[in-house]
Ligand binder design. Sequence first.
Ligand SMILES: CC(=O)SCCNC(=O)CCNC(=O)[C@H](O)C(C)(C)COP(=O)(O)OP(=O)(O)OC[C@H]1O[C@@H](n2cnc3c(N)ncnc32)[C@H](O)[C@@H]1OP(=O)(O)O
Length: 201
Amino acid sequence: MGILKKMTYEGEYLFDPRLLNNLEWDSVRGWLNPHITCTEPGESWLLVRPLQLADYNKGFLEILTQLTAVGNVSYADFERQYRNMHKSGGYYVTVIEDTRSNKIIGAASLISEFKFIHGCGLRARLEDVVVNNTYRGKQLGKLIVVTVTLLARRLGCYKMTLDCKDHLIPFYKAIGYKLEPGNANSMTMRFDETPKIETPS
Ligand SMILES: CC(=O)SCCNC(=O)CCNC(=O)[C@H](O)C(C)(C)COP(=O)(O)OP(=O)(O)OC[C@H]1O[C@@H](n2cnc3c(N)ncnc32)[C@H](O)[C@@H]1OP(=O)(O)O
């Protein structure tokens, strides 16, 4: 099974695309109106899938600049970091492609983390959510976030958390995220505005 699984996606996708099939979309009915899913996103030209190396040339980094500073990332940098993520495991960078233009128009990352607590459980973090500004307001933000959230559930994570600006609280509340009383603070210590990309030894 291990070898078969590797042959079908390794090198092609950051993670096995079959993980996005048959997620529990019925459990989130009402959050997206009309109801769309990652496998039936409402338009034939919308494709929700794991990140690929080829996305470097499909505008993946360009849309991330609508979220934060990306810096000068060469293809070699991108490939090294992609392979770091693949090797490390636990990185589920998911994108939406407009197949008419072959451009990445949305992205969100689920990062899973092994814990000793919660019975050696797995927790999830939501990171780097963005939709290209010309495609906003069409539920694609909700679609990509709910996709990776359902994926976290499928992976067996006991919770998924995120940090966001105040004005986005209603966006996340509409898709099930809650501010837990006494537990909704986010604190930061910055070491570097543009962290270096390094390969773990
Ligand atoms: C964990 C993190 O990564 S937090 C960082 C989030 N990303 C960013 O801030 C990057 C810039 N912003 C974006 O890329 C987009 O505005 C996103 C991803 C936040 C939302 O994408 P969209 O495709 O526009 O979202 P979508 O169409 O699914 O909107 C759903 C609802 O959220 C609301 N909403 C969307 N964006 C915003 C916003 N910036 N501020 C307030 N409300 C918003 C919409 O009004 C809509 O409400 P409705 O369903 O009642 O009409």
